[in-house]
Design a protein around this ligand. Structure first.
Ligand SMILES: Nc1nc2c(ncn2[C@@H]2O[C@H](COP(=O)(O)OP(=O)(O)OP(=O)(O)O)[C@@H](O)[C@H]2O)c(=O)[nH]1
Ligand SMILES: [Mg+2]
Length: 356
């Protein structure tokens, strides 16, 4: 019996040595996981800006059409939310402008919205966005019923809409970071950071794309899990009956406990902290999380509460968990975080096998 145990331990040791050897001979691999719309692809864009040579003019031009789509989706979703909730606008100019916007997006529909935004329609959209009743709809969007959710980048693009009316305008880094386009396929991007080539895998976070993730678990060195902390009052695009934060915590739990990821460290970004700080004062946490005992409107209490929820799901003492509050659209803040994260999440792992 003892001999058998000894043999089994010896085999384990050989296998571990082989795995370590394999790691030693290849670049580190980081899998970026999390629910849809949490900021995974935005983090990759940020890495491209910080460590991948940035965006050339041709690439910037390509983002223009996506921005125009995001503008259209933003304004139409807010107007639709108002209409679904029986909210009528008192300002007759606003009513006229909304009719103009509908007419604009109706003619030739997508073609126009995708490739053109006239100066005139841009200022009409801006006028509607500036209306105090529209602003009120936007602020109360979480409590109003809506068949189409107002996107998180609505404030950014509608507040800046007039500059996109100029066809010559080339999108800035900030514009690019604020665009939204759902990921459907896993993509691998390599960035050289402090002389090491890191392979980042960006996945689609919506439910139907999650089955693509598992084949990558075998060979990954570290997990970066991104959750939107601002999502506590939102529902999944793919299933409006599920609260986004509940989904993120459950998903995190599955990842933290997954047998194939047993010794894999996790870095957790509690992302969109800028939106979180703005919404907590008027979107009550307790309405969506009845267990919340903190003071209503207190950002720190709310942040602590959500952080605890994630920590509880990763209670294994042998598992490393690093948590950061982030704003993935903020290049300056992310520059510091990227280096900290890279060093912390891979140092221990690779130190033990003599790679760093
Ligand atoms: N204000 C703000 N917006 C953010 C932040 N991080 C991401 N966003 C925006 O949130 C939206 C969704 O981000 P993505 O990076 O596309 O989300 P994703 O996790 O890749 O989503 P899927 O591809 O569907 O899994 C985009 O419009 C981003 O600009 C943040 O920290 N603050
Ligand atoms: Mg994505």
């Amino acid at each position: 019996m003892a001999a058998e145990r000894q043999r089994s331990r010896a085999i384990d040791a050989i296998l571990q040595k082989e795995r370590d050897q394999l790691r030693k001979n290849r670049d580190p691999r980081i899998l970026i996981l999390g629910s849809g719309d949490s900021g995974k692809s935005t983090f990759i864009k940020q890495l491209k800006i910080l460590h991948g040579g940035g965006y050339c003019d041709d690439e910037r031009k390509i983002f223009r059409s996506l921005i125009l789509e995001n503008i259209r989706d933003s304004i139409l979703s807010i107007v639709a939310t108002a209409s679904e909730n029986g909210i009528h606008f008192t300002n007759s100019e606003t009513k006229k402008h909304i009719d103009e916007i509908f007419a604009y997006y109706r003619v030739g529909t997508d073609e126009i919205a995708r490739y053109k935004l006239t100066k005139q329609i841009a200022s009409t959209i801006f006028a509607v966005w500036s209306d105090s009743e529209i602003q009120d709809v936007f602020k109360r969007r979480a409590e109003l019923k809506a068949s189409v959710m107002v996107p998180d980048n609505a404030q950014y693009f509608l507040g800046n809409v007039e500059k996109f009316g100029d066809m010559q305008y080339l999108p800035s880094n900030e514009d690019i970071l604020n665009t939204r386009s759902m990921t459907t396929q896993i993509t691998e991007t390599i960035f050289e950071i402090e002389k090491v080539n890191y392979h980042f895998f960006d996945v689609g976070g919506q439910q139907k794309y999650r089955k693509q993730w598992t084949p990558f678990f075998d060979t990954v060195d570290s997990i970066l899990f991104i959750a939107s902390i601002a999502s506590y009052d939102q529902f999944l695009t793919e299933d409006p009956s599920i609260n986004r934060m509940v989904d993120a915590i459950q998903l995190f739990s599955e990842i933290a406990r997954h047998p194939l990821l047993k010794h894999i460290p996790i870095t957790l970004f509690l992302n969109k902290k800028d939106l979180f700080e703005k919404k907590v004062p008027f979107s009550d946490v307790v309405k969506h999380f009845p267990d919340f005992k903190g003071t209503a409107g207190n950002v720190k209490h709310a942040a602590k509460f959500f952080q605890k929820q994630f920590e509880t799901e990763c209670s294994d003492q042998n598992k490393q968990l690093f948590i950061h509050y982030t704003c993935c659209t903020d290049t300056e803040a992310m520059e510091v975080i990227v280096v900290t994260v890279i060093q912390a999440m891979l140092k221990k792992e690779f130190q033990s096998i003599g790679m760093l």
